[in-house]
Design a protein. Sequence first.
Lengths: 283, 351
Amino acid sequence: MTEDQDSIRKASRRREGRSRTVQRPRRPPAFIAIPATIGLALFALPVLGLLGRAPWSRLATLLGSDLALEALRLSAISSVSAAVISLLLGVPVAWTLCRYDFPGRSLLRGLVLLPMVLPPVVGGAALLFALGRRGLVGSPLYEATGLVLPFSTGGVILAGVFVAMPLMVLTVEGGLRSLDQRFERAAETLGAGRWTVLRRVTIPMIAPSVVAGIALTWARALGEFGATLTFAGNLQGRTQTLPLAVFVALESDRDAALALSLVMVIVSLAVLVALRDHWWRSR
Amino acid sequence: MRTGLDSRLVIRREGFHLDVALSIDPGQTVALLGPNGAGKTTVVGALAGLLPLDGGYVRLGDRVLEDAATGTLVGPAERRIGVMFQDGVLFPHLSALENVAFGLRSRRVPRHEARRRAAGWLEAVGLGALSDRRPGRLSGGQRQRVALARALITEPSMLLLDEPFSALDVSSRAGLRRLLQDHLAGFPGPSLLITHDPTEAFLLADRLVVLENGSVAQEGSADQIRLRPASPYAADLAGVNLLVGAASGKVLTIGNHRLVVPEAASGRVIATIHPRAISIHLDRPGGSPRNSWPTRIERIDHHADRVRVQTGPPLPVTAEITPDAQTGLNLAPGSEVWLSVKATEIQVDAG
C-alpha cells in the first residue's frame, strides 16, 4: 500500500467519523412522532392512573398497617437476597457459557434463559415438583436435613432467583463478550495469577454490566408474583411479598392496594432511571 | 548464551501454519519484520506463553519455558517475559501509576513500595507529571511510554515489543524511538521488536528476521539482506534508501548534497526514499521532480522481475527499474546518468 492510498483511506475514515457525529435533528417526523406518542402513552397512562387514584392523605396509615409493613420487609429481604445469590451464581454461569467451549453449551444457554420466557406459574410448579417435600430433590433434602423450601421465606428467595438470575447471566455474559481479552493476557504477562486477573482486571472492566445485572435481577425479584405464589404460597409475614399483598388487598382494601402499588412503582422507576444513567455514563 | 532465547515455534491453525526457529543473544535486539498476516503477533503470543505450541520449544537461558515433546509448559505469569503490546493495552480503569505498578503488585510487592518504584519508572520515561491520569486521557505516545515502563518494571528476562510505533504519528514516533534506543541499550536480556517498518528495524535492531507466511524467509544484518534479498518482500524492505541528514525548512542536507523535501523540518532527520521512486535518465531531466543530480552507476543486480541499480556519489542510493528499462537505456556499471526523485516521495522522520 502506498502512502497516498493510505492517506486517502485515513481521510475517508475521518469523513465517516464526522458523518456519524452529525447533529441530531430537532424533532422526529410525523410518521415517527404519532405512533411513538401512542406507545409512550401506553406506558405512562397506567402510572398516571395510579398517581391520580392514590389515597395520598391516608398513605402513611395505609403503609403502616401490619399487612403492608410485613410485605415491605419480606420483599426487601427476599429481593436483596435473590439479587445477591444471582450475583454469586450468575457470574460464574455467565463466565462458563462465555469462555468455555463444551458440547451442549447451546442447550445449557437455552436452559438458563428459559425462566425468562416461561410463564412464572409454570416455573413455580416446576420448582415445586423438583424441590417440594415429595419432589425429586426436595424429598431426599427433607430426609437428610429436615429443610422444607416450599411455603417458606427461603422458597420466596429461590423463586426470585429462578426468575431473575437469567437477567444477570445475560448482562454479565454480554459484558464479558465485549471485553477485549488482550487486557487479561497483558495482566498475565505481568505476573498476575488467575484470581488477580479476575479481581483487578476482568471484574472492574465489566463492572457496568455487573451493576446493571444486580439492578435488573433485584427489580425482577421484587416484582415476582406467579412463581412465588405457586412455590411459596401466600402466607402473611412468611411468603406474602408486596405483589402478593397488592393482589390480596385488591379484593378487600383498594386503597391499601393502591398505596403498595405506588411504593413498587416509585422504587422500580428510581432503579431503572439510575440504571439508565449508569449505562449512559459508561458509554 | 546464559540468558539468551533459543526457540522453535510451531503453531498449526486452520489455514495457517507457523514454524519459526528464533534465537536471540542476551543484550541483542532482533527485529521481526513481515507483511500483515505473516504471523508476527502469533510469535509474540507463543513466546509470552499466551498461545500454546503445537510443536517445538522455548528456552530462556537455562530455563525451559515450554517443550511440546515433554509437555513442559510454564504459564505466562511465571515466564518473566515483558510484553509491550500493540496499542499498549493499558488497563483503562487504572491510572498510569497503577498500570506501571501492576506487575509489582501481582508479584506481591507491598503497595507503597510498588507505587514508589512505579513513580520512578514514570519519571524515567518522561511522564512523572501525568502519573494520576488514566490511559483515556493520555496521547498515543504517552500511552506507549507507560506500556514500556509497565513491561520493564518487573525486570523481565526478555522483552517483546509488538509494533510499538504502529499507532503513533511521526513526531511522537521519534521520541519513543529514542527512549526505546536508550532502554534497549541498557537491557541485559534478549529483545524482540515486531515491526513492518524497515526504518525502525534498521535503527533499533542488531539483526533482522523476515517472516513470511509463517516461516522465516531470511535473516541477517540489514546489509546482508540488502545485498541478497531472498524474497520480493525482503528486497522491498532492505532496499529502502535511508539517508541521515540535517533539515532546515524544506531543504535537507546530506553530506554536501541537498534534497527538497515536502514538509518543513529542523535538526537531525532520517529521510526514506523507496527505490521505485527514483527515476534514471540519460540526460538532465526537466519537468516537476524537484530533485535531480548527475551520478555514476556502481553496480547492477538482477532480480526476477526488476533490476536494482546502485549509484555512487554525491548521494549513494539504490534505484529500482524494470529489465526493459535497463536494456532500453543501455545501463551498465560505469554509465553516467541523472537521477530524479519527486519531493513528495521522500518521507522524513525526526532522527
